[in-house]
Ligand binder design. Structure first.
Ligand code: ADP
Ligand code: MG
Length: 253
């Protein structure tokens, strides 16, 4: 494995009863890249994601993160190691303000903050508010910091979720179908937002069934179909691959 692979899914197989959801999955996500994992519905994307974050155990194979085998670890342990999943979960807190929403994962990240003496706790709180505001600003929501999260549009809720992920300062950010169920307008605004974060050096994996969403964002694309990798490479190379065209035209997409 090259030294700059942040994540290595090594020869993973996963079946549900007689159904092979993942077969022979071997893929590497390189440091600082945006790596898209795409495929039609039922291809195995969610299963792969759940294997990576510790929600599902692979039947065989392993997941290596930052050189350490994480297979068998609990989801919270994997999260603490720096793999942060956004969209779909964690959900936002609808009754809290935007700032409070982003402060929750920031506090969780600084565990031990509650054991501080009052002066230290005050300083820590100020630091956490600064971090949270910085992230809200990054996603374009700073001006609405005191609004209640429930009042946001769907696109803005995704922005808020992204801020909640960013405040954890992830080593690897997993974006789970960032535009699922969105209007064209909200989809475009989410793509524009994600483009802003491209090139910042953060390693990102985007799981997506709509291949058009990811081609403008990804440095590398892995295509899954029926639990197998059918193509892997730079977007332009993958886009022209007849197997990929066929998987999409023949699939349930
Ligand atoms: P995708 O996210 O690409 O749409 P999934 O990973 O959700 O695909 O599903 C891959 C295959 O595994 C599908 O055939 C799906 O029905 C099946 N599957 C997923 N999760 C389970 C489960 N918990 N039990 C049984 N079958 C499952
Ligand atoms: Mg899925």
């Amino acid at each position: 494995m090259p030294s700059n692979a942040v994540l290595h899914v090594a020869d993973v197989h996963k079946s549900f009863g007689g159904l092979r959801a993942l077969s022979d999955i071997d893929l590497q996500v390189m440091e600082g890249t945006t790596h898209a994992i795409i495929g039609p519905n039922g291809a195995g994307k969610s299963t792969l994601l759940n294997v990576c974050i510790g929600r599902l155990a692979p039947d065989t194979g392993a997941v290596v993160f930052d050189g350490e085998v994480i297979t068998g670890k609990q989801p919270y342990e994997i999260n603490q190691m720096g793999i942060v999943r956004v969209f779909q979960t964690p959900e936002i807190f609808p009754d809290l303000t935007l700032l409070q929403n982003v402060m929750v994962p920031a506090f969780a990240k600084h565990d031990g903050a509650f054991k501080l003496n009052p002066m230290q706790a005050m300083a820590k709180r100020t630091e956490i508010i600064d971090d949270a505001m910085h992230c809200l600003n990054d996603v374009g929501l700073a001006h609405q910091k005191d609004a209640v999260a429930a009042s946001l549009s769907r696109g803005d809720k995704r922005r808020l979720e992204l801020a909640m992920g960013l405040v954890q300062n992830p080593r690897l950010l997993l974006l789970d179908e960032p535009t699922a169920g969105m209007s064209r307008h909200d989809t475009n605004s989410t793509i524009d937002l994600l483009k802003k974060f491209k090139g910042r050096g953060m390693t990102k994996v985007i799981i997506e069934h709509d291949m058009h969403v990811v081609f403008s964002l990804a440095d590398r694309v892995t295509v899954l179909a029926q639990g197998r990798i059918i193509a892997d490479g730079p977007p332009d190379q993958v886009r022209g691959n007849p197997k990929v065209q066929e998987a999409y035209l023949g699939g349930t997409h």
